[in-house]
Design a protein around this ligand. Sequence first.
Ligand code: ZN
Length: 283
Amino acid sequence: MTRLANREGRALLLAPDGRSGADLERASGGRFGHDPMQAIARLSEISAWCASESPQLDAIVAAGTLGPCVPDPRQVFAIGLNYRDHAAEAGLDIPKVPMVFTKFPSCLAGPESGIPISSETVDWEAELVVVIERETRDVAPEDALACVAGVCIGQDVSDRRLQFNAKPPQFSLGKSCRGFGPIGPAVVTLDEAGNPDDLAILCDVDGQRMQESRTSDMIFSVPDLVSFLSRHCTLLPGDLIFTGTPAGVGSVREPRRFLKAGETLITAIEGLGELRNPCVSAE
Ligand code: ZN
């Protein structure tokens, strides 16, 4: 039962309300180190320790001090068209196999980081993000959740022009611009988050509800995605899987709607908290 965040490069045990916590290394008397990536690789052990020791999570966490809860993954997988209603709004067929691309890890950002609006076609995609705990190859779907450290919220921010300008389209660059990967606020273990395949997910832009769905509408479930990817790639501790977005993105709305500097993007998933990212002018 643990929420693991990253405050200024140190692993932080976050309270469910997201406003207070405890430094992992200090709270555990040095049993666990301060490195967030090493903590993710030991999250089952940390969670068991939390359950037996109940550390006090009473140190105030100041707004804006959390970084990406997984700051330095080696691989960031992302899945396109994984909700039926989003495939339909995009005018595309339901995929028969997962459509996989990457977000380059340098785009990852904190739960309250500014999103640089680098063009007139920057769009939102609320997503559930899966965090891998241990090295995983060829895992069956029924065993896949045992390889997962937990889940967090993610925004697959996308520059649609950059995404679709190349022929054939190449998704990775347009989804990896600086600041285009806010995640957090914490990696939540599955015993606390509940079934990752049945969580409410929503996205608001400046107070207007743009996306509202449940992860139960995903075409490929979390165990299916972990299993599929592990048949082709070796999954490593701290790797991320952005699992796709439901209907309601800006590029297919009538009229089209994109993010503007000065707006606030809120992304929330049931039980995981929320991301609150201001859109800022690109330097
Ligand atoms: Zn996406």
